[in-house]
Design a binder for this molecule. Structure first.
Ligand SMILES: Cc1cc2nc3c(=O)[nH]c(=O)nc-3n(C[C@H](O)[C@H](O)[C@H](O)COP(=O)(O)O)c2cc1C
Length: 184
């Protein structure tokens, strides 16, 4: 891997978490990092929901996960959701960049989380209707991704296929496949 920021190269999606809870201060800093992400029209079309294990809202998120995700995410001390605001504040028109902007905010969020010693595992595998109905976040907000947050833990209690995934080498497409550089 080329030399890049440690917070980027050491980030990964854990399949198990220890029982260490992220501190409130560190979660505030993750949110603060997300807050400073750039966005189209400076609309900041995102809402981060963080829930601690033991809260009613944590159970709501957990219950919305597909079975595969429930199996490994069960150990997560924090479950969260990123919502996106679909329409512009200014004129009520569709904001065609809302997901892009929320993704940028999420990138800031997990880069800060990695810096703080935590890791996130994002999930698209959940029942959107069930989640949005139970959390009742409000009009104009669409859930984009769910995530588990905490300190990585031991995967030995997981089913074999999940242990294998956790231990597998992380791979990426080569740079030439994902980029073009034109030098003048
Ligand atoms: C939008 C999104 C949805 C994802 N959904 C799931 C999911 O439902 N279940 C899962 O186990 N991992 C999910 N992942 C995690 C990816 O599989 C993971 O990020 C990818 O394999 C790269 O691994 P890494 O994050 O360790 O680099 C998701 C990631 C993203 C960004």
């Amino acid at each position: 891997m080329n030399k890049i920021l440690n917070e980027i190269s050491s980030r990964f999606s854990p399949m198990a978490f220890s029982n260490v809870k992220p501190t409130e201060e560190s979660m505030q800093r993750m949110l603060e990092a997300a807050r400073w992400a750039p966005s189209s029209y400076n609309e900041q079309p995102w809402l981060f929901v963080l829930t601690l294990k033991g809260s009613e809202q944590y159970d709501m998120i957990y219950q919305s996960l597909i079975e595969y995700n429930q199996t490994w995410a069960e150990s997560a001390p924090v479950l969260g959701v990123v919502f996106g605001k679909t329409h512009l504040q200014e004129n009520g028109k569709l904001n065609s960049h809302f997901m892009y902007d929320a993704g940028a905010a999420m990138s800031n969020f997990y880069t800060q989380a990695t810096f703080e010693g935590y890791q996130l595992h994002q999930m698209g595998g959940y029942d959107i209707e069930k989640l949005e109905k139970s959390l009742q976040i409000g009009e104009g907000l669409k859930s984009i991704v769910v995530f588990a947050l905490g300190v990585p833990g031991d995967v030995k209690h997981l089913p074999q296929d999940m242990q294998a995934r956790a231990k597998a080498e992380r791979v990426r497409k080569p740079l030439e496949e994902i980029s073009k550089i034109y030098l003048g």
